[in-house]
Design a protein around this ligand. Structure first.
Ligand code: UD1
Ligand code: UDP
Length: 441
């Protein structure tokens, strides 16, 4: 079996590293293709170093550009590599343009696609990430889904549960594996060592790069307005290149950089960032990955967005959406600082993203599918499949698995009153309504 991983940006390197590592430990043939969307050392090479994975086999160096141009260049380069390498499955992760390009190219070549971090939805089609993740889900063969909540998004859109694997999120694998290494090593980046973070209190770590925030002057101005008033905190701001460009364009960079309590530093390596997060009193961010890491490391997070595709972090109590509203940001920061029981509740929020074995679960599932010949993409024999779907009200004690075995069926959706629940194998469906397919053989 040969597995090809396509990645292109900082978070994809971080979240695919545990899977790349797991594949290589099992001696499975693999190639890694970097699109080159992120190219600065601080946004790319340093992560291969910190996460101890080999440099990619291919880099197609697409660089920065408009979405159409960037995605088009990626598709061209990815197609060449996939035609040459002929992998059995292509893995894409998350929601960047690499995911869109990789999924489109692989599906046209009839190569199976595994979407890592499938099923997330912000329901906001103005976000490029929402378009990318939806396209990837439509074209995928295997879905590696972090939580049941995300799986329900896919079930509600009609995807087959058969190909869904609730794996947890590899961000937890990476965090668990590297935090201790980071703690033993201490800060490496000179800018952080100079700040003497080890002896600092009240650290607020800030990251933002989301287009809908940093490309909009009014939103950036509101957020900076809040930061100005937080002089009782030490704000550490590893700045994303997009954000630096935009703050400079708006003429806001110097104003922010000159504030005594705000320390703007270049994007920092993964180990330094993990250590910084773990020492923070709170996180202020619009990053997807950081919402997940904060709850993994028991650090309260305030998210600079009005929606999130990670609602589990909010319902668990570890994350609050504050948008770009200055007063809402200030009110919540103050509450975390001054109300110990409120802060503790946020810190103790249960982590919805698993125990750190997402990479193992993912590679186990791929090996099983390969062994069963399920990575071969063929036109279906069963053309009348949509007419086989039925609904049924269950009035006996029976689990999902027992029903499926008895009826030779696959349960897609389970309605418990007005709630959709995920059809876990051992779920007792007595009193619930199910939607299911009968197998024909
Ligand atoms: C991309 C992803 C986003 C992800 C983020 C992770 C898409 C549509 N967006 O956004 O989902 O959350 O990565 O960080 O795929 N730049 C540099 N050096 C670099 C890379 C970028 O200076 O190494 C600058 C360029 O001016 C570029 C801008 O940053 O135009 C934005 O980069 P781009 O890759 O287009 O989007 P991100 O904002 O990084
Ligand atoms: N990160 C890092 N250094 C930084 C900022 C972030 O290592 O200076 C890591 C962080 O630990 C997280 C990931 O980058 O795992 C998040 O990436 P980003 O916010 O760029 O993208 P998103 O997750 O929003 O797609």
């Amino acid at each position: 079996m040969k597995i090809a991983t396509i990645l292109g940006t900082r978070p994809e390197i971080i979240k695919m590293a545990p899977i790349i590592d797991e594949i290589s430990k099992r001696g499975i043939d693999q190639i890694v293709l970097h699109t080159g969307q992120h190219y600065d050392k601080e946004m790319s090479d340093n992560f291969f170093r910190d996460l101890e994975i080999p440099a990619p086999n291919y880099n197609i160096h697409v660089g920065s550009g408009t979405h159409g141009k960037q995605t088009g260049l990626m598709m061209n380069g990815i197609e060449e590599v996939l035609l040459k390498e002929k992998p059995d499955i292509v893995l894409v992760q998350g929601d960047t343009n690499a995911v869109l390009a990789g999924a489109l190219v692989a599906s046209k070549l009839h190569i199976a696609i595994g979407h890592v971090e499938a099923g997330l939805r912000s329901f906001d089609m103005t976000m490029p990430e929402e378009v990318n993740r939806r396209v990837a889900d439509v074209t995928s063969t295997m879905y590696f889904i972090p939580t049941e909540k995300s799986a329900i998004n896919l079930l509600a859109e009609g995807f087959s549960r058969k190909n869904m694997f609730i794996t947890g999120n590899t961000v937890v694998d990476a965090c668990f594996r590297h935090l201790e290494i980071a703690q033993k090593r201490g800060f490496e980046e000179e800018s952080l060592r100079n700040l003497d973070i080890e002896n600092m209190n009240n650290i607020l770590t800030l990251t933002m790069h989301r287009a809908e925030n940093v490309d909009v002057e009014e939103r950036v101005t509101n957020i900076i307005g809040a930061l100005k008033e937080l002089s009782n905190l030490n704000i550490i701001f590893p700045i994303h290149p997009r954000t630096k460009h935009m703050l400079e364009n708006f003429g806001l960079f110097d104003e922010l950089n000159n504030l005594d309590h705000v320390n703007i530093v270049k994007p920092i390596g993964y180990l330094d960032f993990l250590l910084l997060t773990s020492k923070s009193t709170l996180i202020l961010t619009d990053s997807g990955g950081l919402q997940e890491e904060a709850i993994t490391l028991d650090v309260p997070a305030l998210t600079l967005r009005y929606n999130t595709e990670r609602p589990e972090t909010v319902t668990a109590g570890g994350n609050i959406l504050v948008g770009s509203d200055k007063d809402v940001i200030l009110k919540n920061v103050m509450k975390i600082l001054n109300d110990e029981s409120f802060a503790n509740k946020m810190k103790n929020a249960p982590n919805p993203y698993g125990q750190g074995n997402a990479a193992k679960n993912t590679v186990d599932a791929i090996c099983r599918y390969y062994g069963d010949g399920l990575l071969d993409i063929e036109a279906p024999d069963e053309v009348m499949i949509s007419f086989n779907r039925k609904m049924l009200s269950i009035n006996e004690d029976i689990s999902v698995k027992e029903f499926e075995e008895k009826e030779n069926a696959l349960i897609h959706l389970v309605f418990d009153g007005d709630k959709i629940v995920f059809p876990r194998d051992n779920l007792n469906i007595n009193g619930m309504i199910i939607a299911y397919d009968k197998y024909q053989n």
